[in-house]
Design a binder for this molecule. Structure first.
Ligand code: ADP
Length: 495
């Protein structure tokens, strides 16, 4: 009997490897930071070989610290930063240039030139025209390496997001594949037909022969021959979708919110894709035995980052978690609202011009009120996204499952439960992304029989129940919406 599933979580800031036992515990963990490259302002790249090396390192470290061997591992699951684009040579397995990271803006011009195709693209992919997604990044790479287009057309070059890159390396070039969740972020994948779309590929002039084969999330992706032991890769998913699965949001309406630097929210909307009019993305959550589950996705730009800003710019406290202690010194914000639109507002406002503002100051307002208002803004912005999701999906929210650094802030989580008027569930294991990849792999290889056995593993650390009255919550949220409207009304002077 094998003891573990090995989950590889290749994130934007670090690479982690985790051994998950049959009870769903993250038994052992190893982690390495990933170095970003900033060749120009707004550009973000990463050396694809460095990513691969970091994966080898964390696996080796994990085996040493745990005392396990690959013989103890039933299967490998992979989850990854989505959209980040690698192009490599089929003959050598060498990347032709640095990988372009999802956040990088170097393909903005390529997107601007195709703005007239925005509606067409959204109708087939569920995405907005944005440099985030892989298609413009592939185009950029083919334009900037010698004979890129002709070599790609001849089948000499392969594209992959980080999952495909790692699968290719782990299987020593045997498998060139990706899963449906990662494919749905390329902007080349039709989420209705669940296949690459030649019309989309034509918009970017990308040869279909360079794209990875698309498989279910729990499928055999081949043997990881790079390591001894005959272990197969049986689970693959993009990070946000993996977290949705790792939080066991298996049913329609179930949603998770990750409170990191920004907030990423996904709602399981079942087997029918809904195209959003409120700026939400429609994406593939996963596909099991050919049956697709979709999700709506929304994001808040400044989530935990408001706490970083307060910490670093006002120096009212030294560590992010201390924000809770100081915010708790006052019973409420005394009518203060903080709209942290430092880089504009995301879902559902999509206002690039808006800038941050603090409203409602009186002579009695002091720093603890402002800190508290900063924390509440994270919950209010998340509510903005969730309200849009509920409306568009026509679903109610049974509870919100939370993870990410700032989910450790009890005051913020209680306020989130209050303002949403629903329970907020904090899982026992916060490595939900790795868990999701592990669950997919475990289902694929039979380590777990079905989703019911996974649900039996899912443990909740804490449940926050709404304590505030409906009327008080409505009044507070109305104040927030007024503050957002006022911030949007203000037009900063240019220059
Ligand atoms: P990321 O994956 O985006 O790097 P993390 O999930 O590690 O982010 O979360 C880090 C963010 O959460 C930071 O912005 C930090 O300020 C914030 N944060 C971490 N712990 C707390 C806390 N206890 N209270 C409030 N904010 C926190």
């Amino acid at each position: 009997m094998k003891k573990y599933i090995l989950a590889i979580d290749q994130g934007t800031t670090s690479t982690r490897a985790i051994l998950i036992d049959a009870k769903g515990n993250a038994a052992f963990k190893a982690q390495r930071p990933v170095d970003w490259l900033f060749p120009q302002p707004g550009w973000v790249e990463v050396d694809a070989d460095r990513i691969w090396i970091s994966v080898i390192d964390v696996i080796n470290e994990l085996l040493v610290v745990s005392g396990a061997t690959m013989d103890d591992v039933a299967a490998i699951g992979i989850t990854n930063q989505r959209e980040t684009t690698v192009v490599w040579e089929k003959s050598t397995g060498k990347a032709v240039c640095n990988a372009i990271v999802w956040q990088s803006k170097q393909t903005q011009d390529l997107c601007d030139a195709r703005m007239d195709k925005m509606e067409f693209i959204q109708a087939r992919t569920g995405l907005r025209m944005n440099p985030y997604f892989s298609a413009s990044k592939i185009r950029y790479i083919l334009d900037h390496i010698p004979h890129g287009q002709s070599r790609a057309e001849k089948g000499e070059l392969l594209f992959g997001t980080i999952d495909s890159w790692l699968i290719y390396k782990l299987t020593k070039g045997e498998t060139h594949a990706t899963d449906v969740s990662n494919a749905s972020r390329t902007m080349l994948f039709n989420i209705f037909t669940m296949s690459y779309d030649p019309d989309l590929a034509a918009i970017w002039n990308i040869p279909l022969c360079m794209l990875p084969e698309v498989r279910d999330n729990s499928a055999d992706y081949g043997e990881a021959t790079f390591f001894a032991g005959g272990v197969h890769i049986y689970g693959v998913a993009g990070d946000q979708q993996a977290a949705l699965f790792g939080q066991c949001c298996f049913r329609q309406g179930e949603s998770k919110n990750t409170y990191g630097t920004g907030c990423f929210m996904l709602m399981n909307i079942g087997s029918k894709p809904i195209l959003s009019k409120a700026g939400l993305l429609t994406t593939v959550a996963w596909r099991e035995n050919g049956v697709t589950t979709y999700a709506l996705e929304g994001s808040v730009f400044i989530g935990g980052a408001i706490v970083q800003w307060l910490r670093d710019q006002t120096r009212w406290f030294e560590d992010s978690p201390d924000s809770e202690y100081y915010a708790s010194k006052v019973k409420d914000t005394a009518g203060v609202y903080f709209v942290p639109a430092f880089v504009g507002l995301g879902t559902p406002w999509w206002d690039d011009e808006c800038r941050g503002a603090i409203f409602g100051l009186t002579r009695g307002a002091e720093r603890h009120h402002i800190t508290r208002a900063g924390l509440e803004s994270v919950a209010d912005q998340s509510k903005d996204v969730i309200e849009a999701m509920k409306k568009e999906a026509g679903l109610s929210l049974p509870s919100l499952r939370v993870d990410g650094g700032a989910s450790g802030n009890a005051l913020l989580m209680q306020f989130q439960a209050d303002i949403l008027q629903c329970e907020v569930h904090l899982p026992a294991c916060l490595e939900t992304t790795a868990l999701g990849a592990g669950y997919f792999a475990g289902l694929g290889c039979g380590f777990w029989k079905d989703k019911k056995s996974i649900l039996a593993c899912h443990k909740i650390q804490k449940v926050y129940k709404p304590k505030m009255s409906k009327a008080q919550c409505a009044e507070l949220y109305d104040g927030w919406l007024c503050a957002v409207a006022a911030a949007r009304f203000f037009k900063p002077r240019k220059g």
